[in-house]
Design a protein around this ligand. Structure first.
Ligand code: ZN
Ligand code: ZN
Length: 273
């Protein structure tokens, strides 16, 4: 039987919550078939730490960027610093950037200006973008239409929008990141209903660990971790009534394509799986 290959396309393994057992967490991920992991930066410090973890573990890649929550503290010199980091071959995306009008930790004007500025940088560096969107009321789409010079070169991570927004993202060419929310009875219903509308070649899976632990793991474990991305995959396969290996391989290829990673690179092979 062919081993399945999974890519946790978005997590925060730099979180201090993993400082004591990060190696064991990655080991468990491999045992679940996870061959690669993307750690998304949310500010200067986390972007640096994400990259330093990627240096130590061949299966880990990183992005750099300022999250909408943190963007109010972002100075131009921070962006210059991240731009310099982005030349490292282990940095494969810019993000997570976007708009979050749910929590509103940064004022709307800071969020929108920070997003537009970082889109310019990502375009200049020709990097795919990881987008975070919550309740922006169509503002993210409006800004992407005006300011993303490479529309479609990115992923709407932890997609939580409406069917109309989903259709627009797909039409524009973006990939859609599915988290463990899919597995949650009440909270995941809308996402389960929209799942068949996501073209298979645009679908990515992610944990967003340490947040959003899928069911049933959420009843047993304090925090989420990349190994649990397998539950997201299994849930999608069940809903779409698809063979798991075929779906896994499609999503693996989608993710490698987005992040410009060789899907058959030797260092991403699981031994003994
Ligand atoms: Zn996010
Ligand atoms: Zn995140």
């Amino acid at each position: 039987m062919n081993p399945i290959r999974l890519f946790d396309s978005h997590c925060h393994l730099d979180d201090p919550d993993y400082d004591d057992d990060r190696k064991a967490v990655l080991e468990r991920a491999k045992q679940a078939g996870v061959c690669a992991v993307m750690i998304a930066g949310i500010d200067r410090k986390t972007s640096e730490k994400a990259l330093s973890i990627a240096w130590r573990h061949p299966m880990v890649f990183s992005s750099v960027g300022f999250h909408p929550h943190d963007v109010k503290s972002c100075r131009e010199e921070d962006l210059d610093h991240l731009k310099a980091l982005a030349h490292d071959p282990r940095v494969r995306a810019w993000g997570e950037i976007g708009l979050d009008f749910n929590r509103m930790y940064s004022p709307v004007s800071d969020q929108e200006n920070g997003l537009i500025r970082q889109l310019e940088i990502a375009d200049e560096l020709n990097l795919p973008v990881i987008f975070h969107e919550r309740e922006s009321g169509g503002r993210l789409i409006a800004i992407l239409k005006r300011h993303h010079r490479h529309p479609g070169n990115g992923v709407i991570h932890c997609f939580s929008g409406s069917p109309a927004e989903l259709e627009t993202y797909v039409d524009m060419g973006y990939a859609i990141g599915i988290t463990g929310i899919l597995t949650i009875r009440e909270r995941g219903k809308a996402l389960r209903d929209m799942l068949p509308s996501i073209p298979l070649d645009r679908m990515l899976i992610e944990t967003d660990a340490p947040y959003l632990t899928p069911a049933p793991q959420k009843n047993r474990f304090r925090r989420n971790e990349p190994a649990f991305v397998r539950t997201v995959l299994e849930t999608i396969a069940h809903i779409l009534d698809m063979p798991l290996p075929q779906l896994a391989e499609t999503i693996w290829q989608n993710t490698c394509k987005l992040y410009h990673i060789d899907p058959d690179a030797d260092h991403l092979r699981l031994t003994g799986n």
